[in-house]
Design a protein around this ligand. Structure first.
Ligand code: MG
Length: 354
């Protein structure tokens, strides 16, 4: 085995190597660990040479490669650095985040939001496929989706952030959250009605962290589309096609009067979409220019979408232009504007002054 000198295979992520074999899971060996780059180089060389392991450059201990574990075919549950099976565990990345490392907002909060939204979405897609395939009534599909998603999110956040409070649409609102600075506000399944309709893609998973009542990190998953939007890294502000009429996302079943009014005044068109998350992400992706809502929503409906949209450079506010505030005693938050920044002033002017 050759582990010294300049090797053209030094980049451990090059070539056609399966990422799970090329890179250890960050919960087992974080990229900022001493000797990380050299360890990965030695790992790659060992795989290419067909060796079962390599000597760790810091400790000198012999470390088995991911290829060796994979060829063995089973996980030994010993916490091996290069265990390839850990990548398949939905909450693996959440295992090794000590509470002492938690700050008011950290990079891990953004990552946790994305991962929990993603894993919840994967489970919801599988559940819907199974239940609709068995001919289960849509009402039951909805209920089972709400239940499964809520419990998964609560368990995942308890594992990753045991000191934080959670306000969930499907949970009992613990009043102690009102005294906490960090509160996760989640809608396990936004667009429940659409989730119960086979083939409809406009439903979402909302995961948001608020600090002192302000969205600080978050993610919105559109699982039926295979999409997850986070706050860091954020989605790039989309270009707007020249000459396209203004497109305003609105409720599929109850379009807001303000949306209808603004569309008429600005020669725009209404785009009915189910799920607040799906509507907000339509703006983030550039498919729509604005999302206007009033008439009833709760904090979990808008918190994650607003966090993601703001991170993507969009304007977010109440319809009177005031900031969105969360984790209040009453989670009722009836109106919302998410739009391209250049549209905020004309839309708010129309809404407020006619
Ligand atoms: Mg819901």
């Amino acid at each position: 085995m050759s582990i010294t000198g300049d090797d053209p295979r030094a980049d451990p992520l090059d070539g056609a190597l399966d990422p799970r074999r090329a890179r250890p899971h960050p919960s087992r060996f974080p990229p900022d660990a001493p000797g990380y780059d050299e360890a990965l180089r030695r790992h790659r060389v060992a795989i290419d040479e067909g060796d079962p392991g390599y000597l760790d450059p810091v400790s000198g201990l012999f470390v088995l490669t991911a290829a060796h574990h994979a060829d063995r075919g089973t996980c030994c549950e010993q916490g091996c650095r290069h265990c390839p099976y850990i990548w398949d565990r939905p909450d693996a990345a959440l295992e090794a985040i000590p509470a002492s490392e938690q700050t008011l907002v950290s990079d891990d909060d953004h990552r946790i939001a994305v991962q929990v939204a993603h894993t919840t979405g994967v489970m919801l897609v599988a559940l819907r496929t199974e239940l609709t395939g068995r001919g289960v009534h849509p009402f039951t599909v909805r209920d089972e989706g709400d239940r499964l998603a809520h419990h998964h999110i609560i368990d995942a956040l308890a594992l990753a952030r045991s000191g934080d409070h959670v306000l969930s649409e499907e949970g009992y609102p613990d009043p102690a959250r009102l005294l906490a600075r960090r509160v996760w506000i989640v809608d396990p399944l936004d667009g429940t009605r659409e989730y119960g309709i086979p083939g409809r893609p406009d439903w979402a998973v909302h995961i948001a962290l608020t600090v002192d009542g302000r969205p600080a990190a978050g993610a919105v998953a559109l699982p039926a589309m295979g999409l997850v939007f986070g706050t860091s890294p954020a989605h790039a502000t989309p270009e707007r096609p020249d000459g396209r009429p203004l497109r305003i996302a609105c409720s599929r079943t109850h379009p807001a009067g303000a949306a209808v009014y603004v569309a008429r005044k600005l020669d725009g068109e209404l785009v009915p979409i189910g799920s607040a998350g799906a509507k907000a992400m339509a703006v983030v992706m550039g498919d729509c220019d604005a999302y206007i809502h009033h008439g009833g929503q709760y904090e979990w409906d808008s918190c994650a979408p607003a966090a993601v949209a703001a991170a993507a450079g969009m304007h977010t506010s109440r319809l009177d232009g005031s900031p969105l505030r969360y984790n209040r005693p009453d989670p009722w938050l009836p109106d919302l504007l998410i739009c391209r920044p250049e549209l905020a002033e004309p839309i708010l002017d129309l809404v407020l002054n006619g």
